[in-house]
Design a protein around this ligand. Structure first.
Ligand SMILES: Nc1ncnc2c1ncn2[C@@H]1O[C@H](COP(=O)(O)OP(=O)(O)OP(=O)(O)O)[C@@H](O)[C@H]1O
Ligand SMILES: [Mg+2]
Length: 160
C-alpha cells in the first residue's frame, strides 16, 4: 500500500473525471488539502467533485467568503479558500473550528495560509504544471497521511 500517487490530467475533462472518482470515495469527517499556485486548478477540481455528487446550484469560489457550504445527502461539505486569510481571530469569529467537527468533509484551498489552525489532513492534493513546457494540462500528486486517506487512495488506484 503506497501513500502517494501521481497522475497526469491532460485537460479539464480529465480533472473532472478524477474529481468524480475522488468524490465517490470520500468519507464524512475527511479533511482534504489542495495545494498549487494560482490557476493550478484547485477550484476546478472541487467544483467538478461537488457537481459529480449532485450539487446543481451555483458553485461560487470561496475566495472572498473563505468558505462555501454544501449539503449532499445529509453530509456537510465545506469548500474553503484561505488565500485571503490574514487574522487567526477571523478563524474563531467565523466558527471555522466548529465546521471541522468530524462529520463534515472539508476541501481546503490555500491551507498553508491558515497555518496551524487546521487539523491534519487525511489527503493532500498538489496540482502543478508539467515540467515539460510542450505539454499541456496538469500534474496531480496525491498523498495520504491517515488510514482513512490511504484507504481512499487505494480505492482510487486499486491496481497500483
Ligand atoms: N487538467 C487541466 N488541464 C488544463 N487546464 C486546466 C486543467 N484543470 C483546470 N484547468 C484550467 O486552469 C484554470 C484553473 O483555475 P482554478 O480557478 O481552478 O485555479 P485555482 O487553483 O483554484 O486558483 P486560485 O489559487 O486562484 O484559487 C481554469 O482556467 C481551468 O479551466
Ligand atoms: Mg481556487
Amino acid at each position: 500500500m503506497s501513500d502517494s500517487l501521481s497522475l497526469t490530467l491532460p485537460d479539464e475533462a480529465a480533472t473532472a473525471a478524477f474529481a468524480q472518482r475522488l468524490g465517490a470515495v470520500l468519507q464524512p469527517g475527511m479533511v482534504v488539502f489542495l495545494h498549487g499556485d494560482l490557476g493550478a486548478g484547485k477550484s476546478t477540481l472541487v467544483r467538478a467533485l461537488l457537481r459529480s455528487l449532485g450539487v446543481t446550484g451555483a458553485i461560487k469560489s470561496p475566495t472572498y467568503t473563505l468558505v462555501e457550504p454544501y449539503v449532499i445527502s445529509g453530509i456537510y461539505f465545506y469548500h474553503f479558500d484561505f488565500y485571503r486569510f490574514v487574522d487567526p481571530d477571523e478563524w474563531l469569529d467565523a466558527g471555522f473550528d466548529e465546521y471541522l467537527n468530524g462529520s463534515a468533509v472539508a476541501l481546503i484551498e490555500w491551507p498553508e495560509r491558515a497555518g496551524e489552525l487546521l487539523p491534519r489532513p487525511d489527503l493532500e492534493l498538489s496540482l502543478s504544471w508539467p515540467v515539460d513546457a510542450t505539454s499541456t494540462g496538469r500534474v496531480l500528486t496525491l498523498s495520504a497521511s491517515t488510514a482513512t486517506g490511504k484507504k481512499c487512495l487505494d480505492q482510487i488506484a486499486p491496481t497500483r
